[in-house]
Write a protein that binds this ligand. Structure first.
Ligand SMILES: [Zn+2]
Length: 486
């Protein structure tokens, strides 16, 4: 719809300028009043309420001026216009993308999650005040890599938090269902590059929270965490960063072209994380009539090896480059921490339960391999976990807890009397945590004992239906190396 508006706007204004430019006599200084009027119209259209039509018309104006200079038969003017257009494009790209995207994020209903009535809870009892919730997850963040944030003085920090699985999909299915992977059966390999959804009919954290009267919004850019895979369930606003650029046809093409030209794909990834945080900040700063549940997922630490490889002319880092890779990883983590601190500036901790965690860690050669999704190791399964806000006593917990217990814990903090699987992890440590859902081997399910040993267990008895991804999602997954690009 927005793309159509942009195209129509471009055609209309470009045509208008062309017609005016062709009809007027040349003034003394080559300036004519009607072309100026159209230019002013275009600038007016560029104002915030009409930014889509405005940006389109600015480009249309450029095209119109080009045809005007042709009509003047001035080679110099035509050459100058041809030179100025791409410069102007770069200017737009570098100065306008962020505010424009943020503007879009102010009304982010691009994908709306399904809310299933069966899990709604009639809990709008009088006298119960429910705080907001901000769930911040960072992809691929090892427990020992979150160096400076959060500080134990303000947060309840868990030293031994075990993620449910060593890669994204099964881990997040556990976070939202409160179940171990062996019970929800989601994110398991069904065949060549095909994974399962979780079993039908399981409760889903966001839907339960919506039933309690919450407004919900999510910002994510991991291609696994899409509506196709079920992650928009319960979210009224579900923004995936790949959708940011769609309405801005010209910005998008310039963006793509520039990144292809400079080879700096990583910058695009960072810019997406930045857009997510800007959107979430805007959402959290706006007035609300209902309590809010907000989920922000950042991806930059996942992409450190591509950063190195791309910046060094296609060179692929190997195991002998672990030190270099670790430094690249740490830089991405530090940039992500800065972004989170900036997001937290707008959070009222007295009325917001803030949760910070990751979906899995990353191995750096501990068991002879680098990456995640293959092994049962603490490098891949121990993640940072910290909480703050009403009902959370700052401090440190040394014992083993399961990240999947966040669902039950959050519901308890919000006084929502809806039983979801799991237990309050602020009060209960676990002797054993079920892990599994390995990408390459569904048979490698295990229990992690509190001491850190792993004992193999049986694989799940049942898995959910196959996930079916759109071509766009498959292309994005291909960029991350998860599947062959279509
Ligand atoms: Zn992940």
């Amino acid at each position: 719809m927005e793309t159509t508006t942009a195209l129509l706007g471009t055609t209309f204004v470009g045509g208008l300028v062309g017609v005016f430019a062709g009809r007027v006599p040349h003034g003394k200084y080559g300036i004519n009043s009607r072309a100026l009027t159209v230019g002013l119209m275009a600038l007016l259209l560029s104002s915030r309420p009409l930014h889509l039509a405005g940006h389109a018309s600015v480009w249309g104006l450029g095209l119109g001026l080009f045809s005007y200079t042709l009509a003047c038969r001035s080679t110099l003017a035509a050459a100058l216009t041809l030179w100025a257009l791409p410069c102007f494009g770069f200017f737009l790209q570098s100065h306008s993308v962020l505010p424009v995207a943020t503007e879009l994020l102010g009304k982010p209903s691009r994908q709306t999650g399904q809310v299933h009535g069966s899990w709604d809870v009639p809990v709008r009892q009088s006298g119960i005040h429910r705080p907001d919730v901000l769930l911040i997850t960072v992809d691929t963040l090892r427990a020992d890599a979150a160096l400076s944030m959060p500080s134990p003085g303000d947060w309840l920090v868990f030293d031994q938090a075990v993620s449910p699985a060593p890669w994204t999909s099964p881990s997040f299915y556990s976070l939202f269902t409160g179940l171990p992977v062996v019970a929800h059966g989601g994110g398991l390999p069904l065949g060549d590059q095909e994974y399962s959804k979780p079993l039908e009919g399981l409760p889903w954290l966001t839907e339960v929270i919506v039933g309690a009267g919450y407004e919900t919004a999510a910002w994510t850019c991991n291609p696994h965490l899409v509506a196709d895979a079920g992650f928009s369930r319960g979210f009224k606003h579900f923004v995936h960063s790949d959708s940011f650029f769609e309405p801005h046809l010209f910005h998008h093409s310039i963006q793509e072209w520039r990144h292809r030209f400079t080879g700096r794909v990583q910058r695009l990834r960072h810019e997406r994380d930045q857009l997510l945080v800007e959107g979430a900040r805007r959402w959290l700063s706006s007035p609300a009539t209902k309590p809010r549940f907000t989920w922000v997922h950042l991806l930059a630490p996942h992409e450190y090896q591509r950063d190195l490889a791309v910046d060094m002319d296609g060179w692929k880092p190997g195991m002998e480059d672990l030190e270099l890779l670790w430094r690249a990883y740490a830089l991405n983590v530090a940039a992500t921490e800065d972004r989170i601190r900036w997001l937290l500036e707008v959070v009222d901790f007295s009325d917001t339960v803030v949760v910070f965690t990751s979906d899995h860690g990353e191995a750096f050669g501990e068991t002879g391999y680098r990456g995640h999704g293959k092994g049962r190791t603490d490098a891949e399964l121990l993640v940072p976990l910290a909480m703050a806000g009403p009902g959370v006593e700052p401090g440190r917990v040394g014992g083993q807890v399961a990240v999947r217990d966040l669902a039950a814990t959050i519901l308890e903090l919000l006084h929502i009397p809806r039983a979801m699987p799991g237990q309050n992890l602020m009060e209960n440590e676990r002797d054993a945590v079920a892990v599994g859902g390995l990408r390459w081997d569904p048979e490698t399910f295990a229990l992690r004992r509190a001491g850190g040993e792993y004992a193999r267990t049986a694989p799940p008895a049942a898995t959910g239906a196959p996930m079916v991804f759109s071509d766009d999602t498959l292309r994005n997954l291909g960029q991350l190396g998860y599947v062959e690009s279509p």
